[in-house]
Design a binder for this molecule. Structure first.
Ligand code: NDP
Length: 451
């Protein structure tokens, strides 16, 4: 994919990143998109080049790669690879989720960690950027296998993290169950009960509304973007890809805001239900039974199941919320959405739209909310969980939800304002990158370079 640079400093940095990380396509995609939109900022502020801010921000502060060996239910030794990238701690301890999925590799963890720097900055909370995970597939594993894997993973990770150093959370394949096992092992090994992980259960330091936060936050952001254009969720058909944590609670909030969620997916296929998919049914299928989405037909026999998840973008809708994984929405999917009258896309997953899909949305003047702004509600609420842990108290669901709503509104307005200030009104991709970058860049300059 080609990014266009008119600024020679940025072009040079990007070429260097490509040279050094030539086998990391997702990472190069994430860096290219951010650097491209920072051009007007770098032109106006020569100090950024003088202080080498961009050269530094594209290199993780620390990347850890480690072996995780564990024993399966048959007594066989299994070996997986673990990762933790502490990307940038200029504005706070590194913060970002753990992903357990067979596709996990260094490129994916670095792209996610890089995005996290700007996302965390946008929340207004003091959190740096990081990410981690393993190429472990929790699907089809027994609870005991998942527990043994998590314990082995934490046995190594515990020496690199801490409540003031690096605070991991969940992501794909890491939910309440995995966080519980990871926390238990950290506590055992370190003999301390601290807020070292977020997304914890409510009985041991978790925050109310954390489970719902990314999906709710996505809809709060989308609602703000729609309002600014004189539109709303009211009466609109909504398509949501994925059926995990983000997708389920995006469904609940989009429905509360007056939309009707007509399609959802998993990695095998998608369901179409013109009467609207009840998020509670999806909760039972995915969170309780851990079953495939095709099971939905047992609950709603009139619905339709289609094999293959990419076809979901051919379902007509006004609003699309991609909430599954990176690069799940390509040019073909974007063209199908445009053709069928979709007018707004808000990203719940990280980098779900390919650059070609984003260009298509921009060309056809769709309202487009980029992930690092629109899915920041999860990490924002993790930040609120950290505050509650430090204060040793708990806020009510309503208190947390209200703070989350305020944060998402602010993110929208800050991104929209930055886009306007730098001559790209309505371009929330550029606005989010610029608004997130400014604070981190200033902190990096203030903190100097070590000799
Ligand atoms: P979950 O594991 O709960 O759900 C992931 C969903 O995406 C599942 O429905 C899964 O289907 C589907 N999926 C995963 N990989 C693929 C693939 N290669 N192709 C198609 N579908 C796929 O994860 P989350 O809901 O937590 O995360 C979803 C996205 O949101 C990720 O991009 C994550 O980084 C991002 N995100 C999550 C946050 C959170 O708070 N949880 C915060 C911010 C961003 P299947 O079950 O078949 O694998």
């Amino acid at each position: 994919m080609a990014f266009t640079f008119t600024n020679s400093y940025l072009q040079g940095v990007y070429e260097n990143v490509c040279k050094k990380n030539s086998h990391e396509p997702e990472y190069l995609q994430a860096v290219g998109e951010v650097l491209e939109s920072l051009q007007p900022v770098v032109e106006q502020r020569p100090k950024l080049a003088k202080c080498g801010v961009i050269d530094r921000i594209v290199e993780p502060e620390r990347s850890l790669l480690f072996r995780i060996s564990w024993v399966d239910d048959q007594g066989q030794v299994q070996v997986n690879r673990g990762y933790r990238v502490q990307f940038n701690t200029a504005i706070g301890p590194s913060k970002g989720g753990l992903r357990f999925h067979p596709s996990v590799n260094l490129s994916i963890i670095k792209f996610l960690g890089f995005e996290q720097i700007f996302k965390n900055s946008l929340t207004g909370l003091p959190m740096g950027g990081g990410k981690g995970g393993a190429d472990f597939d929790p699907k089809g594993k027994s609870d005991n296998e998942v527990m043994r894997f998590c314990q082995s993973f934490m046995t190594e990770l515990q020496r690199h993290i801490g409540p003031d150093t690096d605070v991991p959370a969940g992501d794909i394949g890491v939910g309440a169950r995995e966080i519980g096992y990871l926390f238990g092992q950290y506590k055992r090994l370190r003999n301390e009960f601290t807020g070292v992980l977020t997304g914890k259960g409510l009985t041991y330091g978790g925050s109310l509304a954390r489970t719902e936060a990314t999906g709710y936050g996505l809809c709060y952001f989308a609602d703000e973007m729609l309002k600014a254009a004189g539109k709303s969720f009211q009466g609109q058909d909504v398509v949501i890809s994925g059926s995990g944590n983000v997708a389920i609670y995006a469904n609940q909030k989009a429905t509360q805001l007056g939309g009707r969620v007509v399609a959802m997916s998993d990695s095998n296929g998608y369901i179409y239900d013109p009467n609207g998919i009840d998020y509670k049914v999806m909760q039972e299928i995915k969170e309780v039974k851990r079953a495939r989405i095709s099971t939905y037909l047992e609950y709603v026999p009139g619905a339709k199941y289609v094999e293959g998840c990419r076809g979901i973008w051919t379902v007509p809708c006004g609003i699309a919320l991609p909430c599954a994984t990176q690069n799940e929405l390509d040019l073909e999917g974007a063209q199908a959405l445009v053709k069928n009258g979709c007018f707004a896309v808000a990203e719940g997953a990280n980098m779900p739209s390919t650059p070609e899909a984003v260009a298509c949305f921009q060309e056809h003047k769709l309202l487009f909310a980029p992930a690092k702004a629109s899915n920041a509600g999860g990490v924002a609420t993790s930040g609120l969980e950290m505050s509650q842990n430090s204060m040793r108290l708990s806020w009510t669901f309503e208190e947390v939800d209200e703070k989350l709503h305020g944060i998402m509104r602010n993110i929208y307005h800050n991104a929209a304002k930055a886009a306007e200030e730098y001559g790209m009104p309505g371009n929330l991709v550029a606005g989010a990158n610029i608004a997130g970058f400014m604070k981190v860049a200033d902190a990096m300059i203030w903190q100097g370079v070590s000799y």
